[in-house]
Design a protein around this ligand. Sequence first.
Ligand code: 5GP
Length: 130
Amino acid sequence: MASIFSKIIAGEIPSYKVAEDEHHFAFLDINPIAKGHVLVVPKHETDYLFDLDDALLSSLTVFSKRVAKAIEKSVPCQRIGVAVVGLEVPHAHIHLIPINGVYDVDFNRPKLALPAEEMQEIAATIAENL
Ligand code: 5GP
């Protein structure tokens, strides 16, 4: 069965998309731990990030860099933190999280509940800054 992220990539489930190319896709995390929390995924569905072939892992990293630079321009923060967890969704993904300190990369924190309009605005701003 297709992962929830494959369904998002296919447009079967809505998302706040920020970037896409032939092999990669980026969208806002639906339960962000910070404003501008983005997930970057390969379109090819593989559960574990380190099972991706070298070329795709490399290109996903370069694509993430491009998205991270755009987030930096869009959300006030010191830098973009990077996390890989993958315990919830079995489709490899990289979390890009605007941070001001190490405490901002805490997945146990209560998630932000942002209105749809604000999520849309954040996604559009990041997309514009690519
Ligand atoms: P992980 O697999 O890295 O532990 O966590 C998966 C992440 O995907 C979580 O931060 C969760 O909020 C996010 N997530 C799960 N389902 C959806 C979804 O349907 N849409 C979006 N945009 N994010 C999701």
